[in-house]
Design a protein around this ligand. Structure first.
Ligand SMILES: Nc1ncnc2c1ncn2[C@@H]1O[C@H](COP(=O)(O)OP(=O)(O)OP(=O)(O)O)[C@@H](O)[C@H]1O
Length: 280
């Protein structure tokens, strides 16, 4: 047991994060501050945030509403600019969104007038492939997410969970190096959500993509992540980074899973001055 204040905890989180990546960061976020003009003046959505993500890692950004999860994801994906600090992917500064990195949002982003297959093909249209090859690739990924029989349907004929699976198939078909996922299952019921968590975890193992996944659901983060980045608001900062050493096949009812979930709860329950156990 050891006592430390918030600044020391955050400092430790950043140091551990550096040590973890051993200078080989694939996504390299350094001392990033993002500010927004608000009625009361300048608001720091992110304050001096550093995060290094390894190639093939599954990272969950976890925290309460307003802690800057989406802002951090948007900075990495090139949708948002940092007021201070830098973001690089594979050694290249991120200046704008890049087709090598695909973002999946909560609202699926499907085109309602296109069939499911044509929606998946959308991700391939910049690649100038022959039409038949595009359809073949689209069908392969639709099979992978269990929607092979629905390729001629339109999005409006599918449930929310099925539509999100189409969005995932479309993202994977584009063969991106990184998948950014912003609360992709937030609008879904608990059972569908668990099925899609299974899908994404399996796909991440099979396809070996680097995934940055925003969620405010602790169990979702423990089920999916290799590392959980715990964030706190006002201003948005990284409080702690937790290694989830639960292996590839995860059982939500196992003792290890529940212990890990409780450790994350403990991180959120910490007060400014508090007693903590080592949890990493
Ligand atoms: N365009 C903007 N203009 C002004 N303030 C903004 C803007 N975008 C975000 N913010 C503020 O920045 C903070 C962080 O927002 P962000 O969306 O990154 O948080 P979040 O952790 O993803 O929240 P949620 O879980 O609710 O989506 C919030 O307080 C929000 O009000």
């Amino acid at each position: 047991m050891q006592t430390e204040n918030r600044a020391q905890t955050e400092n430790r989180a950043q140091t551990e994060n550096r040590a973890h990546t051993d200078n080989s960061a694939y996504i390299d976020v350094r001392n990033v501050t993002v500010t927004y003009a608000q009625k009361k003046g300048e608001f720091r959505a992110l304050d001096d945030v550093s995060l290094f993500v390894g190639k093939g890692e599954f990272i969950c950004l976890l925290g309460p509403s307003g802690c800057g999860k989406t802002t951090l994801l948007n900075v990495m994906a090139g949708f948002e600019k940092a007021a201070k600090g830098s973001v690089a992917i594979d050694g290249e500064a991120v200046k704008r969104p890049d087709p090598r990195y695909v973002t999946i949002f909560q609202n699926y982003g499907l085109l309602p007038w296109r069939t499911v297959r044509k929606n998946v093909e959308l991700g391939l249209e910049t690649k100038k492939l022959p039409r038949a090859q595009r359809s073949k690739i689209a069908d392969r990924y639709l099979e992978m997410v269990g929607l092979g029989d629905f390729r001629h349907h339109h999005p409006g004929q599918l449930s929310g969970g099925m539509q999100q699976r189409v969005a995932i198939a479309r993202a994977l078909a584009a063969d991106p190096e990184i998948l950014f996922m912003d609360e992709p299952f937030g609008a879904l019921d608990a059972i569908t959500r668990m099925k899609l968590q299974d899908d994404v975890r399996r796909l991440s193992d099979e396809e070996k993509k680097t995934i940055v996944f925003v969620t405010h659901d602790i169990e979702e983060a423990v089920f999916l992540a290799d590392r959980i980045v715990v964030m706190t608001p006002n201003p948005g900062r990284i409080r702690s980074i937790v290694d989830v050493q639960l292996g590839h096949v995860r059982d939500r009812t196992s003792d290890e899973f529940i212990m890990m979930r409780d450790k994350i709860f403990a991180v959120f329950n910490m007060k400014t001055e508090r007693t903590v156990e080592y949890y990493i």
